[in-house]
Design a protein around this ligand. Structure first.
Ligand code: NAP
Length: 207
């Protein structure tokens, strides 16, 4: 769902996108590529990672490290990796984070792939809002964090240029991902209370 949303938006504004899956003949990915037009293609995770100038990880938190392994460290080296997965586990009924407090999925990804320039972003909202913040009637927040300041600045610029975010909020190094991922506890309760996924955080500062 997230991969399709981001990929479709990027193709619509003129980018070439390759959707990665475990197998090159993944039905959903093949169907998306056929529907999305000439700039869209699909392949394995490794094909997609080798193809992209930037890589979006849109796999479940549980499978993120395995998917990136299969993408191949050499295909991620030097590239901005936008990490938007949430490390959620519903196996016992209630939501649980598989990593928290003193670590985060984003930090695990950075440790496993030291050559990638990991930036955590976009994981705090539903995917329709990621690519179109104007679905909400006022400006809301999108966050970026990562250990490479240049990569954070680059992702902030892309969020503005590609998706229309006015002022992405830079939270500094990747340890900020602990909070961004833990927000899912409250996000889920808000979803239950509001009955819609169309909501987002807005930080109001004193003038
Ligand atoms: N949905 C949202 O609006 C939203 C918002 C913020 C963050 N997120 C995060 O974004 C990520 C994707 O969410 P989603 O809603 O797009 O989920 P989704 O629709 O279930 O997509 C997950 C993708 O992961 C692939 N996958 C499943 N098992 C896998 C495995 N063992 N190894 C590798 N790939 C596997 C699936 O590919 P197959 O087609 O092969 O099954 C599928 O395309 C999650 O981490 C989620 O927490 C989602």
């Amino acid at each position: 769902m997230v991969g399709r949303t981001i990929a479709t938006k990027l193709v619509s504004i003129g980018h070439e996108v390759r959707m990665g899956s475990r197998t090159a003949d993944n039905d959903t990915a093949v169907g998306w590529a056929a529907e999305a037009g000439a700039r869209a293609s699909n392949g394995t995770f490794a094909d997609a990672a080798a193809f992209g100038e930037v890589v979006f990880n849109c796999v479940s938190g549980r499978h993120t490290l395995a998917a990136l392994e299969s993408a191949g460290a050499q295909n991620l080296d030097g590239k901005v990796l936008v990490e938007l997965a949430n490390p959620l586990d519903f196996s016992t009924g209630a939501m649980k984070l598989t990593v928290a407090n003193t670590d985060s999925l984003a930090e695990r990804v950075q440790r496993a792939f030291p050559g990638a320039r990991v930036v955590k972003s976009l994981n705090t909202m539903n995917c329709d809002l990621m690519v179109d913040p104007t679905l909400l009637p006022e400006d809301t927040e999108v966050f970026v964090c990562g250990d490479d300041p240049g990569a954070r600045a680059q992702v902030s610029a892309w969020l503005q240029e590609w998706f229309g975010w006015r002022a992405p909020l830079d939270l500094g190094d990747l340890t900020a991902a602990r909070g961004l991922e833990a927000w899912l506890h409250l996000w889920l309760r808000l979803y239950g209370a509001l009955g819609t996924t169309r909501f987002n955080l807005k930080i109001v500062r004193a003038p």
